[in-house]
Design a protein around this ligand. Structure first.
Ligand code: URA
Length: 234
């Protein structure tokens, strides 16, 4: 692909403007300044403009959202209820990476990168998701240990999860559970299988990302290094 076309595809500027930028000597290909037209580039070439590496994925956007309870993680709702898209201001049409139930809060990624979305939600990728679970009653690690052994509920089998911190507070038990599947109502059903209906469910982390600095309803674009890390699942 011609260099100016590559630059335009990366969202830098129009092709005409990109030609001017090349002629101004502001572009390097694989470390060499290219100041005349006619150079071609291909996948794997490193193109820099004013010292910044261009990425052909520049048309993609990636956000991390702390979804509050009571908001749907669908793109549209025919009953007019609030969806996660009402919380974000994005120049592109984006959609959530998987789902959280309406009454579940926490980490949800949104993007327009279909290939990455498919990879992240594919069961074979076993992406870790950690939830903070609240159930009624004072439970011990032993009470919860079947969650680490694999469990069936209403004919659906759920693979073993991993228990983290367990705290008992005022008659409730709060515990962390990490799973790597994304079946419908998975954590709720795993707990129901043990006879513990969930009182609150919050996703703390997904694929190594967490919600540090984001209150309920807050979001931010992912940093390039965070996107690169996610792409390791592709
Ligand atoms: N498990 C559930 O039961 N609900 C969610 O929203 C996410 C995981």
């Amino acid at each position: 692909m011609r260099l100016q076309k590559y630059m335009a595809h990366a969202g830098l500027a129009s092709r005409r403007k990109s030609e001017e930028i090349i002629l101004e000597g502001r572009v390097k290909v694989n470390g060499q300044v290219v100041a005349s037209l006619g150079t071609k580039v291909e996948e794997g070439d490193r193109v820099e403009v004013d010292g910044k590496v261009l990425n052909l994925d520049e048309g993609f956007v990636y956000y991390i959202l702390n979804k509050p309870q009571g908001v749907l993680s669908t793109v549209r709702d025919d009953r007019g209820r609030k969806t996660v898209l009402d919380l974000l201001d994005s120049p592109k049409r984006i959609y959530p990476v998987g789902r959280l139930d309406m009454d579940t809060s926490g980490l949800l990624l949104l993007t327009n990168d279909g290939a990455l979305t498919n990879a992240l939600i594919h069961p074979s990728k076993e992406v870790d998701k950690t939830y903070k679970v609240t159930v009624q009653g004072s439970l011990s690690r032993e009470d919860l240990s079947p969650l680490e052994k694999g469990i069936s509920y209403q004919g659906v089998y759920y693979h073993p999860g991993r228990l983290g911190r367990i705290q008992v507070k005022r008659g409730k038990t709060l515990f962390q559970l990490t799973i790597h599947e994304g079946k419908n109502h998975q954590v709720k059903n795993m707990c129901l299988a043990l006879g513990y209906p969930i009182q609150a469910l919050h996703r703390e982390s997904f694929a190594g990302l967490d919600l540090k600095g984001l209150g309920p309803g807050d979001y931010r674009p992912l940093r390039p290094e965070e996107v690169e890390k996610l792409k390791e699942y592709q």
